[in-house]
Design a protein around this ligand. Structure first.
Ligand code: GLC
Length: 592
């Protein structure tokens, strides 16, 4: 049925009083312009983007071969997950040599060619900085574990066994959950917040800090444009390692270990020092992976007057809707009201200082359309476009994950043997040890958060292995690649891919979408997300339907026929002051 477009029935009567308040708000909030605030960041998981040598693992030459495609997206910055020398216990987040390239990914010459190729195309390159920990195969650790008086001993955190067992610290990827591992050579335990293959570096040692700054300077002198900093709030520790009781955790750290881990003494001294010794010397961007970062602490990292980092990303959004007591099991009835509150409250954190980010997917998350949209054939396209609209019309630098631009979905593997991720395998083993329901676990991961869901190879076309590799892919290609791929969508003007390109362009052409003040309009509505962005008298209204049915929204009063900036449907059904949004419909109106 053709829907009516009755735009003429809309009236704008914003009274002068509310106009005045808005104006004040704008003046106060207008942030200083920076290139990294205006950029759209595209994240590439190099292992899964494009393989050119047939070993089943993506490589740098593969990324080079796709630079035209990357440029065609309209994005400005590429963030690459770690590409350094690594034994790959955690796919590169365990670095054995910070100044080399992982052999599966290529050589330093390939890297230089990639950087040059990107810069020639006007694209910036941001690397991953993993310095809370190294690999246990790094030469520093190899030395450190040799003897108690080795010059590298204090590069890591050791606890002599004669003092008894150290106080509990969590070790994320360990079946027993412990962050300490006993090493018999020196009769001591060492600290690892992740797997035992990822020993934590001792930032309290000034030599360690100097080594890291030297390495960062080396990469910046090569010409890279920034770092995304892996679990950076975890670097500082109380090296007396006191016992932390549950009461203390509850009282001081919201009962959460990640908050405790992000609250080390001297953290901000180190970040300020890093800024002085490295970051401030170049025109580069820095992004904190905000593990344990709270609304109340975020500005300590990114308030420009403190001279630390540029931006951080929080976990409140992506942690919403997990069922407590289960590993990343998703509650399908997560609340949109809560979702809006999280993003609105975080927007408020950066109202007058600092700068935020916005993302719905990355290499640690399930695919955004499966988690926040709807990946059934009927709604996958609409909901992917709707989520893309959300990401590119919010305030804060958008981070967009490879494959989301074609609506890639969770892998939904049927058996544990299909998984490669250290985290999922450890969780499976935990359940096995405790006699839990393993089949239920596999089932829960299909819509939930097993990280391999978001790491399957890029779907370039319908051919075998989606043209990702001529060999055996390191992780299976999603079966739906015959229908969901770049080749099909590139040709289709209405595809998700071309919608993403349009939306990026729209953001670039309308700085109200970058710098404009954000205001939530429909706080209590659990079906739609409606907000405005306002800058210097210009105003954009964003309407998003998060459900699979029609949903009505009462529009704010407006005085003239608004221009539709983008719409993921052909029509907009407006009657008087009410708009009926179709399933997963997204519309942007330019109000003035
Ligand atoms: C970060 C990374 C994740 C990695 C972990 C340990 O959370 O994003 O992929 O496993 O740190 O380095």
């Amino acid at each position: 049925m053709t829907r009516l477009i009755i735009l003429s029935l809309i009236f704008l009567t914003l009274n002068s009083c509310s106009k005045k308040t808005e104006k004040n708000l704008e003046e106060k909030t207008f942030p200083k312009k920076e290139w990294w605030k205006e950029a759209v960041v595209y994240q590439i998981y190099p292992r899964s983007f494009k393989d050119t040598d047939g070993d089943g693992v993506g490589d740098l030459k593969g990324i080079i071969s796709k630079l035209e495609y990357i440029k065609s997206l309209g994005i400005d910055v590429v963030w690459l997950n770690p590409i350094y020398g690594s034994p790959n216990a955690d796919n590169g987040y365990d670095i054995s040599d910070y100044q080399s390239i992982m052999k599966e990914f290529g050589t330093m010459e390939d890297f230089d060619a990639l950087l040059k190729g990107m810069h020639e195309k006007g694209l910036k390159l941001v690397m991953d900085l993993v310095v809370n920990h190294s690999s246990d195969e790094h030469k520093w650790f190899q030395e450190s574990k040799k003897s108690r008086d080795n010059p590298y001993r204090d590069y890591y955190h050791w606890w002599p066994a004669e003092k008894g067992k150290p106080a509990f610290r969590p070790g994320a990827f360990e079946v027993d959950g412990s962050g300490w591992r006993y090493d018999k050579t020196t009769n001591a335990y060492y600290l690892h917040y992740f797997s035992y293959k990822q020993p934590d570096l001792n930032w309290e040692n000034p030599k360690v800090r100097q080594e890291i700054y030297k390495m960062m300077n080396w990469w910046f002198k090569k010409g890279i444009d920034g770092f995304r900093m892996d679990v950076i709030p975890f670097i500082a520790k109380d090296t007396t390692f006191p016992v932390i009781t549950q009461e203390e955790l509850n009282k001081n750290y919201e009962g959460r270990w990640d908050v405790y881990m992000a609250s080390g003494p001297h953290l901000h001294d180190y970040l300020h020092e890093m800024n002085k010794e490295v970051l401030s010397k170049y025109d580069v961007m820095s992004l904190a992976e905000g593990a344990g970062m709270l609304k109340s602490t975020a500005l300590n990292f990114v308030d420009e007057d403190r001279e630390e980092l540029n931006m951080g990303y929080h976990f409140d959004g992506v942690n919403l809707g997990y069922v407590p007591g289960y590993f990343k099991k998703m509650n399908p009835n997560w609340s949109l009201v809560e979702f809006k509150k999280i993003y609105s409250d975080w927007d408020a954190v950066y109202k007058t200082k600092g700068w935020g980010t916005i993302y719905l997917g990355n290499h640690d998350q399930p695919r955004m359309v499966t988690r926040w949209g709807n990946d059934v054939p009927e709604f996958r396209e609409y909901s992917s476009k709707m989520l893309t609209t959300f990401l590119l019309s919010m305030k804060g630098t958008p981070y967009y994950y490879y494959g989301d631009e074609i609506g890639m979905t969770n892998a939904k593997f049927d058996k544990i043997e299909d998984y490669r991720d250290i985290e999922t395998i450890a969780e499976y083993e935990k359940i096995k040890t405790t006699g839990g329901d393993l089949n239920q676990f596999i089932e829960d991961q299909k819509s939930g958060g097993a990280r391999d869901n978001g790491r399957t190879p890029m779907q370039w076309n319908a051919s075998n292995n989606a043209n990702f590799t001529a060999g055996e892919p390191w992780l299976s290609v999603n079966k739906n690649h015959a229908d969901i791929n770049v080749e099909i969508q590139d040709k289709d003007p209405n595809s998700i891919l071309n919608y993403f390109r349009k939306m990026v362009k729209l953001r670039k052409e309308n700085d109200v979408l970058i710098y404009g003040a954000y205001q939530l309009l429909d706080e209590a509505n659990n079906e739609t997300y409606t907000f405005t962005r306002t800058l210097n008298g210009r105003k954009v209204l964003v309407l998003l339907n998060f459900t699979e049915h029609d949903s009505k929204v009462v529009l704010p009063e407006i005085s003239k026929i608004p221009e539709v900036l983008i719409n993921n449907y052909e029509t907009a059904d407006i009657t008087e002051n009410t708009i009926t949004l179709q399933p997963y419909q997204a519309i942007l109106f330019k109000l003035n």
